[in-house]
Ligand binder design. Structure first.
Ligand SMILES: C[S@@+](CC[C@H](N)C(=O)[O-])C[C@H]1O[C@@H](n2cnc3c(N)ncnc32)[C@H](O)[C@@H]1O
Length: 279
């Protein structure tokens, strides 16, 4: 289904407003390929009518379908494994030390996986924490959020196919952390109970989600505009503990000098620590 230049510009501007994704002219094929099935299923004559219907739909159901089709849920357990080494051997010990330094006798570490897709990142954090903390009496919890309700519902069910668990986990991890069910492999209750999930658009308010010791926001903002990225990281800083840690994807960085964060390294992994109280 071909899309003319004007309709492409209108639809790509609409998508940027919905979820932050910037689609330049080289991405015409992406809109054509991914949204054509929706155009057909809604009985629209073309992309222009899809746009009109979406704008008029007060339930925002069409918006949700567009976002589901246009965003990429690509993920894996322990994606970029070196990040999880940084988590195990630098971030978790530093968070525990900082909390004990503040006089917290039974610390509870709060993680946020922002843009968690279908949940593999959330459960990988829970597995790494369980491994490091299970004899210590230190509690932890992981909030997973994503703009896509479809992703959140799969994450919350915690059931993965053979191919999904094999992407990032070895046989021993699969058998220790999951149980066989008819539909595949279900995350064990002990790990599932550490996680909560919520649909959240990162362009909208974070009210009510609380404050976090560690935020993972990986492979989400790659295609956001520089202004949207800067604003997002500043808003994330506001829901982090003063000395908390921010982990971005391997292709992402806080390019501009950000007084709120200072870069830290564990071997070749770069991550950030929040530096000071916000005004
Ligand atoms: C490529 S996946 C990354 C998943 C995981 N963080 C990882 O690195 O494996 C990107 C996720 O970001 C979500 N996303 C995109 N735009 C978003 C927005 N504005 N608010 C919240 N989530 C968003 C998508 O739905 C998708 O699940």
């Amino acid at each position: 289904m071909d899309i003319d230049r004007i309709t492409f510009r209108i639809l790509s501007g609409y998508i940027e407003k919905l979820c932050g994704l910037v689609l330049d002219d080289s991405k015409t094929y992406l809109i054509e390929n991914r949204l054509s099935p929706l155009v057909e299923s809604l009985g629209c004559k073309g992309m222009a009518e899809l746009y009109q219907r979406a704008v008029q739909d007060s339930t925002h159901e069409i918006d949700r379908k567009i976002v589901d089709l246009i965003t990429t849920p690509e993920t894996a357990f322990f994606r970029d494994p070196q990040v999880f080494d940084a988590l195990r051997y630098r971030i978790i010990p530093d968070v525990v030390d900082n909390k004990r330094g503040r006089g917290e006798t039974s610390p509870n570490i709060r993680f946020w996986s922002a843009g968690c897709s279908t949940g593999q990142e959330v459960y990988s954090i829970a597995m790494a924490c369980h491994e490091m903390l299970h004899h210590t009496g230190i509690e932890f919890s992981v909030l997973g959020t994503d703009i896509s309700a479809t992703n959140i519902s799969k994450a919350s069910a915690g059931i993965y196919s053979d191919a999904e668990v094999q992407k990032g986990l070895n046989q021993s991890q699969i058998e220790t952390c999951f149980q066989r069910v008819a539909a595949g492999w279900k995350i064990r209750d002990e790990l599932r109970s550490r996680a909560t999930f919520k649909r959240l658009n990162l362009l909208e308010s974070f009210a009510g989600i609380g404050r976090f010791d560690v935020v993972f926001c990986r492979n989400v903002s790659i295609y956001f505009s520089p202004d949207v990225k800067t604003a997002l990281y500043q808003r994330i800083a506001r829901v982090m503990m003063t000395d908390g840690f921010l982990v971005l994807g391997s292709a992402e960085s806080l390019f501009e000098p950000q007084p709120l964060f200072k870069p830290k390294r564990h071997l070749r992994t770069l991550f950030y620590q929040r530096t000071r109280e916000l005004p």
